[in-house]
Design a protein around this ligand. Structure first.
Ligand SMILES: NC(=O)c1ccc[n+]([C@@H]2O[C@H](COP(=O)([O-])OP(=O)(O)OC[C@H]3O[C@@H](n4cnc5c(N)ncnc54)[C@H](O)[C@@H]3O)[C@@H](O)[C@H]2O)c1
Ligand SMILES: [Zn+2]
Ligand SMILES: [Zn+2]
Length: 378
């Protein structure tokens, strides 16, 4: 099969790889039709993780089931399904609680598995013609009859839509709240959409890229340009000096100021911009070690956090991978009902063969490259 393979920093190639296949009776095999490039792929693409060369990337996958194992009951050949980027077992202590991003079975010794992801198990990614899906009955989200027509909406259920929603859950967003979101990448934009769905009265999105801020505005948010580093002050002003009720971190450990990575920039801005007793949800990825960081603390996975401010303000922080399965069913139903259109943020649709081009532009945050979806040949 054709697949996008990581060969080293900023080197990805589409080439022939062995076909994905079913390994256990509980697995299913999916022919991928749409698969996205994600900001999480970029940490790997840039060589800022321990991703092994030779592995297939891609964790935002949608396709048609072409084979089911003998033990699969629910999923049928021909079902059009969206796969959560997390691979859960359904029966461990965490999966039972809906915390499928922290499955204890699928990546033994570490809580959490994913397709084509550094440190999250041996699973190949779906930027390929076929994908092996373990525990098929548990992991597949079956899509409704309008699946093909709304494929570019439904594919966002694999990660960024539920992840943006998770950010608002971690932050504790309730109807009427004001919410500030750091990052107007695909995930931050989905957090903005989710905050509106949850009834936020005011959504503010911080970034420095005009094209991305324009998309935030299109989604009904107030764009906040941080080019001069004044975002927290702007948020204070926009909230009458109080600070936002809730904040979401949707950037991660490679966050920058004036073109340089400043790993604590977004977290300390959030502590400043969120009001006393407010909540902060962190779904931007932070890593346990980052040997290639310039910052001495960041090399060890540490941050100089304004903890005294946080404590004095009585704020709470919640973090982690999104438990996609906890939300994908209800977000699917919002799409089906025409009440959410996450595909609005897609800027480019490319054939899988041109994936490397997509990576290059999306990684450079080139103007207008806000979200890339890849299509396999029918
Ligand atoms: N927790 C999860 O389950 C989960 C799932 C998906 C993605 N992620 C992570 O979410 C993060 C965002 O993903 P994405 O696809 O939107 O990535 P992205 O890289 O496209 O977007 C990040 C945005 O943050 C902006 N940014 C950089 N520094 C900033 C700063 N100091 N202040 C404000 N904005 C700043 C960038 O300009 C960019 O637009 C990544 O770390 C990704 O790995 C986490
Ligand atoms: Zn993703
Ligand atoms: Zn589990």
């Amino acid at each position: 099969m054709k697949a996008l393979v990581y060969e080293g920093p900023r080197k990805v190639v589409v080439k022939e790889m062995p076909d994905a296949k079913i390994e256990k009776p509980t697995d299913v095999l999916v022919k991928i039709t749409t698969t996205n490039i994600c900001g999480s792929d970029l940490h790997m693409y840039e060589g800022r993780t321990n991703m092994e060369a030779g592995r297939i990337l891609g964790h935002e996958n949608l396709g048609v089931v072409i084979e089911v194992g003998a033990g699969v009951e629910r999923i049928k050949v021909g079902d059009r399904v969206c796969l959560p980027f997390n691979i859960g077992c359904g029966f461990c202590k965490n999966c039972e609680k809906g915390l499928t991003g922290f499955c204890l079975t699928t990546n033994p010794g570490v809580a959490g598995a994913a397709y084509g992801f550094a440190g999250m198990g041996p699973y190949s990614g779906g930027q390929a013609e076929y994908l092996w899906v373990p525990f098929g009955d548990f992991n597949c989200l079956v899509l409704p009859p309008d699946a093909e027509e709304k494929e570019n909406d439904y594919v966002m259920l694999s990660d960024i839509f539920p992840t943006g929603y998770h950010a608002t859950v971690l932050a504790g967003v309730e109807p009427g709240d004001s919410v500030v979101i750091y990052g107007a990448g695909p995930v931050g934009l989905m957090a903005a959409l989710s905050a509106s769905i949850k009834g936020a009265s005011k959504v503010m999105v911080v970034d420095t890229h005009a094209d991305r801020l324009a998309l935030a505005e299109k989604l009904g948010a107030i764009p906040v340009d941080d080019s001069d580093g004044s975002s927290a002050d702007q948020v204070m002003e926009l909230t009458g000096g109080e600070g936002a009720d809730r904040g979401c971190e949707c950037v991660g450990y490679q966050c920058s100021c004036n073109g340089h990575e400043v790993p604590n920039a977004t977290m300390n801005n959030l502590i400043k911009a969120v009001r006393p007793t407010g909540g902060i949800g962190v779904i931007g990825v932070f890593v346990a070690e980052d040997p290639k960081a310039k910052d001495a603390l960041a090399k060890k996975g540490q941050l100089a956090l304004d903890f005294g401010q946080l404590w004095m303000k009585g704020q709470h922080i919640a973090t982690g991978q999104a438990n996609v399965k906890a939300y994908n069913r209800k977000l699917r139903d919002l799409i089906a009902a025409g009440k959410a259109r996450p595909s609005e943020i897609i800027s480019h649709q490319l054939p899988l063969e041109k994936a490397a081009e997509g990576y290059e532009h999306f990684d450079a945050r080139d103007e207008g490259w806000t979200k890339v979806v890849l299509k396999t040949a029918a």
